[in-house]
Design a protein around this ligand. Structure first.
Ligand SMILES: Cc1cc2nc3c(=O)[nH]c(=O)nc-3n(C[C@H](O)[C@H](O)[C@H](O)COP(=O)(O)O)c2cc1C
Length: 174
Protein backbone atom coordinates (compact mmCIF):
# COMPACT_ATOMS: atom_id res chain seq x y z
CA UNK A 1 0.00 0.00 0.00
CA UNK A 2 1.39 3.44 -0.94
CA UNK A 3 2.56 5.56 1.99
CA UNK A 4 -0.06 8.26 1.45
CA UNK A 5 -2.86 5.68 1.23
CA UNK A 6 -1.82 4.06 4.47
CA UNK A 7 -1.55 7.49 6.14
CA UNK A 8 -5.16 8.29 5.21
CA UNK A 9 -6.33 4.86 6.30
CA UNK A 10 -4.64 5.38 9.68
CA UNK A 11 -6.39 8.73 10.06
CA UNK A 12 -9.75 7.18 9.14
CA UNK A 13 -9.25 4.46 11.75
CA UNK A 14 -9.22 7.19 14.41
CA UNK A 15 -12.80 8.12 13.60
CA UNK A 16 -14.70 7.41 16.77
CA UNK A 17 -18.21 7.71 15.37
CA UNK A 18 -20.25 4.79 14.14
CA UNK A 19 -20.38 4.97 10.37
CA UNK A 20 -23.83 3.38 10.57
CA UNK A 21 -25.04 6.28 12.65
CA UNK A 22 -23.34 8.80 10.37
CA UNK A 23 -25.17 7.39 7.35
CA UNK A 24 -28.50 6.32 8.76
CA UNK A 25 -29.03 9.04 11.39
CA UNK A 26 -26.97 12.05 10.30
CA UNK A 27 -27.01 11.54 6.51
CA UNK A 28 -24.44 13.21 4.26
CA UNK A 29 -24.16 15.48 1.27
CA UNK A 30 -22.81 13.98 -1.91
CA UNK A 31 -21.36 16.74 -4.06
CA UNK A 32 -19.77 16.73 -7.49
CA UNK A 33 -18.53 19.46 -9.78
CA UNK A 34 -16.30 22.46 -9.32
CA UNK A 35 -16.65 26.04 -8.10
CA UNK A 36 -18.05 27.12 -11.47
CA UNK A 37 -20.73 24.46 -11.51
CA UNK A 38 -21.62 21.81 -8.97
CA UNK A 39 -24.59 20.09 -7.38
CA UNK A 40 -25.20 18.54 -4.02
CA UNK A 41 -27.80 16.15 -2.63
CA UNK A 42 -28.50 14.37 0.61
CA UNK A 43 -27.75 10.66 0.77
CA UNK A 44 -27.91 7.99 3.41
CA UNK A 45 -27.24 4.85 1.42
CA UNK A 46 -23.63 3.91 1.05
CA UNK A 47 -20.71 2.76 3.07
CA UNK A 48 -17.04 2.84 3.82
CA UNK A 49 -14.39 0.17 3.73
CA UNK A 50 -11.20 -1.12 2.30
CA UNK A 51 -11.04 -2.40 -1.26
CA UNK A 52 -8.14 -3.01 -3.62
CA UNK A 53 -5.86 -1.89 -0.76
CA UNK A 54 -7.52 1.51 -0.76
CA UNK A 55 -9.73 3.24 1.78
CA UNK A 56 -12.99 3.65 -0.11
CA UNK A 57 -16.46 5.12 0.16
CA UNK A 58 -19.34 3.92 -1.94
CA UNK A 59 -22.50 5.83 -2.68
CA UNK A 60 -25.64 5.08 -4.67
CA UNK A 61 -27.15 7.74 -6.90
CA UNK A 62 -30.29 7.30 -8.97
CA UNK A 63 -29.98 8.41 -12.61
CA UNK A 64 -33.02 10.61 -12.04
CA UNK A 65 -31.04 12.90 -9.70
CA UNK A 66 -29.53 16.11 -11.03
CA UNK A 67 -26.43 15.18 -9.04
CA UNK A 68 -26.06 12.08 -11.23
CA UNK A 69 -24.99 14.19 -14.23
CA UNK A 70 -22.31 15.85 -12.11
CA UNK A 71 -21.17 12.51 -10.71
CA UNK A 72 -20.80 11.24 -14.26
CA UNK A 73 -18.65 14.07 -15.52
CA UNK A 74 -16.53 14.59 -12.38
CA UNK A 75 -13.40 12.66 -11.49
CA UNK A 76 -13.89 13.46 -7.84
CA UNK A 77 -16.87 13.64 -5.51
CA UNK A 78 -17.02 14.69 -1.90
CA UNK A 79 -18.93 13.49 1.12
CA UNK A 80 -19.63 15.98 3.88
CA UNK A 81 -21.15 15.37 7.30
CA UNK A 82 -23.00 17.81 9.54
CA UNK A 83 -24.13 18.15 13.09
CA UNK A 84 -27.80 17.86 14.05
CA UNK A 85 -28.38 21.61 13.94
CA UNK A 86 -28.00 21.46 10.15
CA UNK A 87 -30.71 18.82 9.76
CA UNK A 88 -33.08 21.21 7.97
CA UNK A 89 -30.45 21.94 5.37
CA UNK A 90 -29.97 18.24 4.70
CA UNK A 91 -33.72 17.75 4.52
CA UNK A 92 -33.89 20.56 1.99
CA UNK A 93 -31.05 19.19 -0.15
CA UNK A 94 -32.75 15.79 -0.04
CA UNK A 95 -36.14 17.00 -1.18
CA UNK A 96 -35.37 19.70 -3.76
CA UNK A 97 -33.55 19.33 -7.03
CA UNK A 98 -30.70 21.49 -8.24
CA UNK A 99 -32.47 21.44 -11.60
CA UNK A 100 -34.89 24.10 -10.43
CA UNK A 101 -33.56 25.29 -7.07
CA UNK A 102 -30.39 27.06 -6.03
CA UNK A 103 -29.75 24.94 -2.95
CA UNK A 104 -26.72 26.96 -1.92
CA UNK A 105 -28.57 30.26 -1.94
CA UNK A 106 -31.58 28.73 -0.21
CA UNK A 107 -29.64 27.01 2.57
CA UNK A 108 -26.69 29.31 3.22
CA UNK A 109 -24.24 26.45 2.73
CA UNK A 110 -20.79 27.93 2.15
CA UNK A 111 -18.93 26.06 -0.59
CA UNK A 112 -15.15 25.80 -0.57
CA UNK A 113 -12.68 24.04 -2.85
CA UNK A 114 -11.57 20.69 -1.47
CA UNK A 115 -7.91 19.58 -1.67
CA UNK A 116 -8.62 17.55 -4.81
CA UNK A 117 -10.65 20.23 -6.56
CA UNK A 118 -14.11 19.12 -5.46
CA UNK A 119 -16.56 21.09 -3.37
CA UNK A 120 -16.96 20.85 0.39
CA UNK A 121 -18.88 23.07 2.80
CA UNK A 122 -17.64 25.26 5.64
CA UNK A 123 -20.40 24.07 7.96
CA UNK A 124 -19.39 20.38 7.73
CA UNK A 125 -17.51 18.72 10.58
CA UNK A 126 -16.08 16.05 8.30
CA UNK A 127 -15.22 16.19 4.63
CA UNK A 128 -13.97 13.33 2.47
CA UNK A 129 -12.57 13.67 -1.03
CA UNK A 130 -13.25 10.61 -3.14
CA UNK A 131 -11.60 9.84 -6.47
CA UNK A 132 -13.94 7.78 -8.61
CA UNK A 133 -12.41 4.38 -9.21
CA UNK A 134 -15.39 2.21 -10.15
CA UNK A 135 -19.04 2.46 -11.12
CA UNK A 136 -21.68 -0.18 -11.51
CA UNK A 137 -25.43 -0.08 -12.02
CA UNK A 138 -27.71 -1.97 -9.69
CA UNK A 139 -29.06 -4.82 -11.79
CA UNK A 140 -32.49 -6.15 -10.73
CA UNK A 141 -31.59 -9.49 -12.33
CA UNK A 142 -29.20 -9.91 -9.39
CA UNK A 143 -31.70 -9.24 -6.61
CA UNK A 144 -31.64 -12.27 -4.33
CA UNK A 145 -34.33 -10.77 -2.11
CA UNK A 146 -37.42 -9.83 -4.10
CA UNK A 147 -38.41 -7.19 -1.52
CA UNK A 148 -35.57 -4.95 -2.77
CA UNK A 149 -37.54 -4.22 -5.93
CA UNK A 150 -40.07 -2.17 -3.95
CA UNK A 151 -37.42 0.56 -3.68
CA UNK A 152 -37.66 1.04 -7.44
CA UNK A 153 -41.26 1.73 -8.50
CA UNK A 154 -39.84 3.91 -11.30
CA UNK A 155 -37.15 1.36 -12.21
CA UNK A 156 -34.52 4.04 -11.65
CA UNK A 157 -31.91 1.67 -10.35
CA UNK A 158 -29.01 3.35 -8.57
CA UNK A 159 -25.56 3.67 -9.99
CA UNK A 160 -22.95 2.77 -7.42
CA UNK A 161 -19.84 4.90 -7.31
CA UNK A 162 -16.82 3.63 -5.45
CA UNK A 163 -14.39 6.40 -4.62
CA UNK A 164 -10.93 6.13 -3.17
CA UNK A 165 -10.77 8.43 -0.17
CA UNK A 166 -7.84 10.66 -1.02
CA UNK A 167 -8.29 13.41 1.57
CA UNK A 168 -9.87 13.44 4.96
CA UNK A 169 -10.61 16.64 6.85
CA UNK A 170 -12.01 16.59 10.35
CA UNK A 171 -13.09 20.16 10.80
CA UNK A 172 -13.44 21.76 14.23
CA UNK A 173 -16.90 21.14 15.63
CA UNK A 174 -19.17 24.09 14.81
C1 LIG B 1 -32.33 11.17 4.18
C2 LIG B 1 -32.25 11.11 2.67
C3 LIG B 1 -31.41 10.18 2.09
C4 LIG B 1 -31.32 10.09 0.69
N1 LIG B 1 -30.46 9.17 0.15
C5 LIG B 1 -30.34 9.09 -1.20
C6 LIG B 1 -29.40 8.17 -1.77
O1 LIG B 1 -28.64 7.47 -1.08
N2 LIG B 1 -29.35 8.09 -3.13
C7 LIG B 1 -30.15 8.87 -3.94
O2 LIG B 1 -30.06 8.75 -5.18
N3 LIG B 1 -31.02 9.75 -3.41
C8 LIG B 1 -31.13 9.90 -2.06
N4 LIG B 1 -31.98 10.80 -1.52
C9 LIG B 1 -32.83 11.64 -2.40
C10 LIG B 1 -32.11 12.87 -2.97
O3 LIG B 1 -31.38 13.55 -1.98
C11 LIG B 1 -33.18 13.83 -3.54
O4 LIG B 1 -33.90 13.19 -4.57
C12 LIG B 1 -32.61 15.15 -4.01
O5 LIG B 1 -33.67 16.06 -4.18
C13 LIG B 1 -31.85 15.02 -5.32
O6 LIG B 1 -31.37 16.29 -5.66
P1 LIG B 1 -30.78 16.63 -7.10
O7 LIG B 1 -31.88 16.37 -8.11
O8 LIG B 1 -30.40 18.07 -7.01
O9 LIG B 1 -29.61 15.73 -7.31
C14 LIG B 1 -32.09 10.93 -0.13
C15 LIG B 1 -32.94 11.89 0.47
C16 LIG B 1 -33.01 11.99 1.85
C17 LIG B 1 -33.90 13.03 2.48
Amino acid sequence: MAAKTSLILNELKKLEKSVFSMLDDEWMLVTAGNMQSFNTMTASWGGFGVLWNKPVAFVFVRPTRHTYNFMESAEVFTLTFFEEKYRKILQFCGSRSGRDTDKIKATGLIPAASPSGGIIFDQAYLALDCRKVYTSDIDPAHFLDSSIEKNYPKKDYHRMYIGEITHFQMITQK
